[in-house]
Each structure stands twice: as structure tokens, then as C-alpha cells.
Design a protein around this ligand. Sequence first.
Ligand SMILES: Nc1ncnc2c1ncn2[C@@H]1O[C@H](COP(=O)(O)OP(=O)(O)OP(=O)(O)O)[C@@H](O)[C@H]1O
Length: 233
Amino acid sequence: MIIEARGLSRSYGRTPALREADLAVGAGEIVAVMGPSGAGKSTLLHCLAGIFTPDSGEVWFRGDRLDTMSDARRTELRRTAFGFVFQFGQLVPELTVADNVALPMLLGRTRRKEAYGRAGEWLERLGLGELGGRRTSELSGGQAQRVAVARALVTGPRVLFADEPTGALDSLAGEQVMELLVGLAREEGTTVIVVTHDARVAAFADREVIVRDGRLTDPYAERNSACAGEVVR
Ligand SMILES: Nc1ncnc2c1ncn2[C@@H]1O[C@H](COP(=O)(O)OP(=O)(O)OP(=O)(O)O)[C@@H](O)[C@H]1O
């Protein structure tokens, strides 16, 4: 397992968001996290990525305990081993497309020439080679999300966390972003954990887990018990 949560609980004041959630994800696996609004999906993702600290429980990444790590080490790990794609891309609007993709490498002290060279290669791979000099505010939603995918993968992360990456797109643009994200992740052997409401997005994953009321359930077990119920009736 590359990443594992054991008995994770987290509340916001008196509102419990996660209750004893367990999840284990293998290296290279693509997992969709589904469930109703407010069920705790984003909270789970943020705990797994070390952005939030759980109130109790453990998060393990490649044999290291993430939730008790020092802030400095956890920040370093997030920068080097994790990639993130959010619903609205969160590109820097004042910068060009190429600047945005080069940015995580420049922050990691890669030399300018190499950073821009690699950014250019990734933009070509994404079919966005022509757009490197554009400002991100001039992109369509689908193009912006593809740039966000490039920016998330350019540093070679081991785990890509995506929170509703197609939530702001129409279904065709959403499908294109997912195809690209999943295709590149498979080529690079990157593990993907994607929160989504959309069954079409989840269809790209190897496996689905469902969060309900802060607890994780396995949809196959749910389906089987529903079938068993039918037989008894
Ligand atoms: N900053 C916050 N302060 C207070 N309560 C919060 C906060 N963030 C989330 N919550 C509550 O925690 C619970 C879980 O929220 P979370 O955002 O993890 O759910 P979600 O499944 O991702 O929802 P959605 O699909 O609507 O994004 C909800 O009851 C929510 O209202």
C-alpha cells in the first residue's frame, strides 16, 4: 500500500466530518471517492494529503506516518511526492501557461531553463503546445484544467489528489480532462485519489469507495447485501 488511513476522525467544532474512516490504496491504483454532498469526501482527501491533521487515527505514506510528522517535513513531502488538482484549476492568473507549469519546479529550485523545457514538453503531451505564452485567464475551462493536470504531474508525484477536477466543466470537456489525467497517471505509474460526484468520472477509476456520514463503505459489499436482502424477502 502506498497510502493508508486507519480510524480517521475529524470534526469541525461539533460537526463530525469523518468517523473512524479506513482506506488503503495501492501504488499505481486509481480510486474514486464518491458519496453525497457533505459526507466528508474533501475532508478525507485533505487528511490523506497531510493538509488537515485528523483529530484521531493515522495516515501512512510509504511507511512514514504523515499525521505526526513535523510541519516542515510534511510540507516538503507534499511538494515532492504529491500533486493536486482542484475544481477550479487554481492557476496563477497573472502568469502565462508555461510559467504556471514551470512554477512547482522553480519552487523546487530546478534551473529555469530545465523547468521551462520540461513545462514545454508536458504542454506538448497535453496538446497545449501552442498555448505556452498565453495568460491563463484567456483559456477555456477545459484548457485550464488540462494545464492544472500538467502542473500537478510535472514534478513526478507518487500520488495525485484531485477534488472534483471536472466539477466546473461540461461533460465533454470533463471527459477529456479525465482521459488525460488517467492516461498520464497510468503512463507515469502515479496513484490517483479523485473525489467526484460524477459516475462518469468514477468510471475511469480502478475502484470506487463511498463516503456516507463520515464513514467509508465498499459499494460492492453494499450491493451484495442489498441482493441478499432481496433473496430473503
Ligand atoms: N470549514 C468548515 N467548518 C465547519 N464545517 C465544515 C467545514 N468544512 C466542512 N464542514 C462540514 O463537514 C462535513 C463534511 O464536509 P466535506 O466538505 O468534507 O464534505 P464533502 O463530501 O466533500 O461535500 P461536497 O461533496 O459538498 O463537497 C459537512 O457536514 C460540512 O458541512
